[in-house]
Ligand binder design. Sequence first.
Ligand SMILES: NC(=O)c1ccc[n+]([C@@H]2O[C@H](COP(=O)([O-])OP(=O)(O)OC[C@H]3O[C@@H](n4cnc5c(N)ncnc54)[C@H](O)[C@@H]3O)[C@@H](O)[C@H]2O)c1
Length: 253
Amino acid sequence: MGRMDGKVAVVTGAASGIGAATTDRFREEGAIVIGWDLDGAEVDLDVRDEDAVRGAFADVVAAHGRLDAVVHAAGVAGGGPAHLVPVEEWDRVISINLTGTFVVGKHAVAVMLGQDVVDGERGSIVNIASVEGLAGTEGGSSYNAAKGGVVILTKNMAIDFGRSAIRVNAVCPGFIDTPMLRGVFEMEGMGPIQDDIAAAHQLGRLGRPEEIAASCLFLCSSDASFVTGVSLPVDGGYTAGHRHGVSELMGLA
Ligand SMILES: NC(=O)c1ccc[n+]([C@@H]2O[C@H](COP(=O)([O-])OP(=O)(O)OC[C@H]3O[C@@H](n4cnc5c(N)ncnc54)[C@H](O)[C@@H]3O)[C@@H](O)[C@H]2O)c1
């Protein structure tokens, strides 16, 4: 028996990285998953396109009768020090990463509000935010602002829709080995910084997309029936604190 048997889920950003891993894991656990992405998934759409998102949710309900879970993983890297970021680039990152989250959440909730409570809830939404939405990082600017917005939007939606039996949570991944991160690491000068980024995780490594998929599974499953409004770091200890060499003095690794 799977932990998502018979559940109907939409995963955005399903063609790559975290979204693809989440799609695979949910299917292994018995869910019907409809993947959305710009291309390469079941449904081609841009998460900023409100008419397309509204229509695609209507198609899910027409085909499967219900929408139990949404994992919103579509997103892009971006940022730069504020004095070097053109407004157009700022708008692009904010619109995909934050406005896209709003558009998907808005229309997911609209569907869920209209359906019956099953197994104690109408539905569950998980937004993929980031550790970069919990604290600043060098050169983050638009990306951090967008992810910080996702964290607060998630809390607000949890408040607004909790009494309607809809749970809304976020996962805040550390740095995860996906095509997005590989693209960032391939940028000029980033080579030596890779090891430093991996070392900033207390487990001493980057994360794997499957490890984020597992947390999405938990948050969408009945195991998390009393969990809403959280922004769960799944980050190998990235947000736990800092090391300054004292562990080596104490004979630790
Ligand atoms: N990889 C990391 O280190 C990391 C860390 C923290 C958070 N995240 C977040 O996790 C999510 C998934 O990232 P990933 O690392 O798997 O990246 P990825 O690039 O491998 O996958 C992202 C997917 O989103 C899709 N996408 C981008 N813009 C879209 C749009 N406007 N409409 C529809 N789809 C769109 C892309 O086509 C791509 O398939 C993103 O929100 C990202 O910000 C990633």
